[in-house]
Design a binder for this molecule. Structure first.
Ligand SMILES: [Zn+2]
Length: 68
């Protein structure tokens, strides 16, 4: 695998990721990702992207219960 930005070599590591919404944010300190050794750009693994998507879905669904 190579970096989509600079064609550098990717290494399997972890990277932080933050989802920002108007009323909340979710921050992960370490998600599995391939990090470019050249430009440092992370390419998150499919399962990490799934986790992000599911988390946002879950919180959006749950927080509607808070509405008065
Ligand atoms: Zn790169």
């Amino acid at each position: 695998m190579e970096c989509v930005y600079c064609k550098g070599k990717l290494e399997k590591k972890t990277a932080p990721f933050t989802v920002e919404r108007n009323d909340y944010q979710i921050h992960w300190n370490a998600l599995p990702a391939y990090i470019c050794g050249q430009c440092g750009e992370p390419l998150f693994e499919e399962k990490a992207l799934m986790l992000i998507e599911k988390s946002v879905e879950l919180i959006d669904a749950e927080k509607t219960k808070l509405a008065v």
